[in-house]
Design a binder for this molecule. Structure first.
Ligand code: PGA
Length: 251
């Protein structure tokens, strides 16, 4: 059975005092939840604080983006090795906000995925369709294109050391969640596509669902066979909400 992962994506939210309050509650309560993996993906400036507060806890942490090159003259960018220096285990790549607001292509996202893995991080590859793509029946084509960019660059085996997150863009931050059946259909499609190339990798691959997950809907989403946890935006900023979602993910 795949162990569920609940990962928080703080996006561009946080402040030292608020982070401290949130992380200390989360770290304390996660000690009583051995049946689920938990992580927080925080803004770069808070990685040192996060490392300090979570170092001896059951909660892992990561970043929300990484540059595709190992180092160099890329003003303002952050390399994978730097994330490792701060104890990161995960890094998000290809979040829909990066794709839409910063024009990240699937090819670039695949390069970021490669850079993360090369440094020993576990990339969380985010994929998902917009509302108009869903309405025009293109969901599977879009998700396949985003996934295939990584498979083409690195092979299906690369997914053994990675996590996928299916996040329908129309459900992110909108309060509109995909129904468990809608999400399951896409998750099963993704797993079957990987299974066509490598059945073992597909069997072990964790596919998170993201998009307006909250305490009130987490349990029904996590109950379907191909959802292996969640990527949580807004609700990850509220300790009780986030912890209730983690609890719903316990096996
Ligand atoms: P949300 O964001 O939970 O606030 O919808 C999810 C995400 O963007 O990862």
């Amino acid at each position: 059975m795949r162990r569920k992962l609940v990962a928080g994506n703080w996006k561009m939210h946080g402040a030292l005092a608020r982070n401290q309050a949130l992380l200390s509650v989360v770290a304390g309560r996660m000690a009583q939840m051995p049946g689920v993996d938990c992580a927080v993906c925080v803004p770069f400036p808070y990685l040192a604080q996060t490392q300090h507060l979570l170092r001896d806890s059951a909660v892992q942490w990561g970043a929300q983006d990484v540059h595709q090159q190992a180092e160099g003259a890329y003003t303002g960018e952050v390399a994978a090795s730097m994330l490792c220096d701060f104890g990161c285990r995960y890094v998000l790549v290809g979040h829909s906000e990066r794709r839409s607001l910063y024009g990240e292509s699937s090819q670039l996202v695949a390069e970021k995925f490669a850079a993360a893995q090369k440094a020993g991080l576990l990339p969380i590859l985010c994929i998902g369709e917009t509302l108009s793509q869903r309405e025009s029946g293109a969901t599977e084509v879009v998700v396949a294109e985003q996934l295939d960019a990584v498979i083409k660059l690195l092979g299906a085996r690369s997914l053994r050391d990675a996590v996928l997150a299916y996040e329908p863009v129309w459900a992110i931050g909108t309060g509109k969640t995909a129904s468990p059946a809608q999400a399951q259909a896409v998750h099963a499609f993704i797993r079957q596509r990987v299974a066509g190339l490598d059945a073992d990798v597909a069997q072990g691959l964790r596919i998170l669902y993201g998009g307006s997950v909250k305490a009130a809907n987490a349990a029904e989403l996590f109950a379907v066979p191909d959802i292996d946890g969640g990527l949580i935006g807004g609700a990850s900023l509220v300790a009780d909400e986030f912890l209730a979602i983690c609890n719903a993910g316990q096996n």
